[in-house]
Design a protein around this ligand. Structure first.
Ligand code: ZN
Length: 89
């Protein structure tokens, strides 16, 4: 196989490998807590897109499609969101 054929082959399969990365589970290790809101709602954070996940123990992130692993969720780091935090999604 020539070098050019190898490079072309790699390009052809890149979308396939990119999709596979989303199917390999990433561990949820952070929780965003809105302590200034009534009831202090808390949302897990997607390890890939860094946005909040609507519900706990979902198989996939509803925003980016990343497969999620909840095995370390009970030990997740809690991030308290300030009232005027500009990073709030
Ligand atoms: Zn995501």
């Amino acid at each position: 196989m020539t070098r050019a054929a190898r490079i072309l082959g790699r390009r052809r399969y890149r979308p396939f490998f990119e999709e596979l990365r989303y199917r390999l589970p990433m561990t949820v290790v952070e929780i965003r807590v809105f302590s200034h809101c009534q009831g202090s709602p808390a949302f897990p954070i997607c390890p890939r897109c860094r946005l909040t996940i609507e519900r706990e123990y979902m198989a996939f992130c509803s925003r980016c499609g990343q497969k999620l692993d909840w095995g370390r969720y009970l030990d997740a780091k809690i991030i308290d969101v300030e009232l005027n935090d500009e990073h709030t999604p």
